[in-house]
Design a protein. Sequence first.
Length: 358
Amino acid sequence: MSSPNVSVMLCTYKRPDMLREALQSVRQQTALSAIAKIVVSENSLYEESRSICAEFEDLPIVYVQQRPPVSALAHPIAIRYLLDTPIIAILHDDDWWTPGHLESSLDVLSSNDACVAVYSSILESFGPQGYAWLSQVYYFAWLAAGCDFSAPVVFLDPESVMLGCLLNAGFHYSTVVGRNEAMWDACLRNISRGNTFDNDRTFPVFLSQHGTVGYVTKPDVYVRQHPFRDAWSAEHLSRGHMEMASETTRWLLAKYPREVSIATAKFKQLAYRLDSASAEKFWRVLRQSTFEPQWSTLVRECGFELTAMKRPLNHSLLPRWANDFINAFCPPILYQWAMRNMWERLMLQKKKKLKSQM
């Protein structure tokens, strides 16, 4: 292994137990010798994170505290001066890496000069000892790769990255390891846009403007599911996730019409090429993660033929045209009611209940 050339950016906010688990996963990396520093930045006046970092004297931790706290979007910029190595790796405080994550990403970067960043597949879980499962991120990245994850690493051009980001978030922050210049350019562009919700959909697009984006197909990062994730803030829940997702989709369409057009054509090609079982499975993923108004934005404005993903065989007693009409319009309406008026409100109630118990 060459001399240490990696900085790990670990922004945290009042999550001492989760921070400890994140740092433990860094300690277990097979490429630990490549890490020059681990910048842990507490974005509050909370002091316990400092004590957690003191438990890891063997790690090159640089601990800082934001006084006063800054916005979550601007947090990386507040510590930019500390992240001065050629390579930057991001890890959220509530997630954790498997031991080989960093090494596999560095191998990809060192052997491919045109590759500017590497993402990885993820598993979602409730904790290091909890049950884990593949998330929708896996399936959108699989689609972006041409529905082919047979190779250990795939390389995505800007149009493929766009496809992985249009339907929903296809790449997760806690998996990305990238070259300094490209990473900071993408970060600054995100800040200039001011999107506090799904900027993980624009960050890979910005990276892809610098070169190819690698993707490790074997899951090697765990993403924790819990009610205090930033995406589940009261502000985001009250605004509506799909309203904000639709805004991002329209912004991408306005700024990158060529890439969106090619991504749409690629989607159609892949959708009609899938066997019926795969099409049916992916159709379920789409219906579970994309509903109104994001659905209408993709179909009417971006030109996606989302119904191409449904099972080709018609088992309905209705005529084909009637069955297509129901599949095209009823699921979004039903999901809008179920997800926005039940699921998101239940999340708000759960957050209020947990806060009252603290």
